[in-house]
Design a protein around this ligand. Structure first.
Ligand SMILES: [Zn+2]
Length: 293
């Protein structure tokens, strides 16, 4: 072995040692900054979780297609595997997506428990922006228990997220100033929490419940709604566009004929929107109706 070659070998091996040495120190560092793995059933709850979690973890939502009716969602083996790996599973509850409870998640948190809503009550809790605000606070607390070193950061993130919801509360307040407790009708109880906050009265609760349950409303319920439309007893009709019932299609036609405005809402997050832009576009439609009157 030449002197030069031996020197080169020494340099290379000491370099190698340095790499190994550094590597040995890097491994435990990585392990201590482990990520919180969150799974949510609905995508808008995933948005809340991501906002509060920041870069301290990952969020996976199970229902992300606006074409899937969450009422009919069937979990697969893949769904079960995703849920089993989660540190926290966030779901709606109140009977809406309770299938997720059967999937062996480590820890669960429901919007219904945060809002103290019982099974059987209106389950479309996300149509109350207050639900998202309270959920954000609760998530900050839960994440803080899992990673006490990031407690302050989670709290800060929740505050920032709640500020983004202020736009919606402002719109609700503005609508309430001109709703005057007027009557409205709905195809399904999807939008009811928002309507309540706006100060509107729902004239056809029995009709709406039937559509939600997938059955046709009774003849007398349909007749009453038709009369309300013809006699202009309602300010507007709220249509869930994700439902394709022929009864609703005929009601919408009757509204158009009698110049009763139709507000289109969806049960799930549209593809090109986030929670705030989704709800605010629906709220804007009602502000527009109020302005025309
Ligand atoms: Zn529904």
């Amino acid at each position: 072995m030449s002197k030069k070659f031996r020197q080169l070998l020494l340099t290379v091996s000491s370099l190698l040692l340095t790499v190994i040495f550094l590597g040995a120190f890097q491994t435990p560092l990585k392990a201590s900054s482990s990520q919180i793995n969150v799974v949510t059933t609905l995508d808008f709850y995933g948005e809340t979780a991501k906002a509060v979690l920041g870069d301290h973890g990952t969020v996976t939502s199970l229902i992300t297609s606006p074409n899937v009716d969450p009422h009919d969602f069937e979990p697969t083996t893949k769904t079960a595997k995703t849920v089993a790996k989660a540190d926290l599973v966030v779901y709606n509850g109140a009977g809406y997506d309770n299938w997720v409870k059967k999937l062996n998640g480590k820890k669960y948190l429901s919007a219904a428990s945060v809002m103290k809503t019982k099974d059987g009550a209106n389950e479309h809790l996300w149509y109350d922006p207050q639900t998202m605000a309270k959920l954000a606070d609760r998530l900050a607390t839960e994440f803080g228990k899992m990673q006490p070193q990031n407690k302050a950061s989670f709290k800060q993130n929740a505050t920032k997220y709640k500020k983004s919801l202020a736009k919606l509360t402002k719109m609700l307040d503005k609508i309430k100033q001109n709703s005057n407790n007027q009557k409205v009708a709905v195809s399904e109880p999807v939008f009811d929490y928002s309507l309540n906050k706006m100060g509107y009265q729902i004239a056809n609760k029995h009709f709406a419940k039937a559509t939600e349950e997938g059955s046709d409303p009774s003849y007398s319920d349909i007749k009453k709604l038709q009369d309300d439309i013809k006699n202009k007893k309602i300010s507007f009709f709220v249509q869930n566009t994700q439902s394709d019932s022929s009864v609703i299609k005929n009601i919408v036609k009757l509204c158009h004929k009698n110049k009763i405005p139709v507000v289109k809402v969806t049960e799930t997050l549209p593809k090109d929107k986030n929670y705030v832009s989704w709800l605010s576009s629906e709220y804007q439609a009602i502000l527009d109706i109020q302005q025309k009157k």
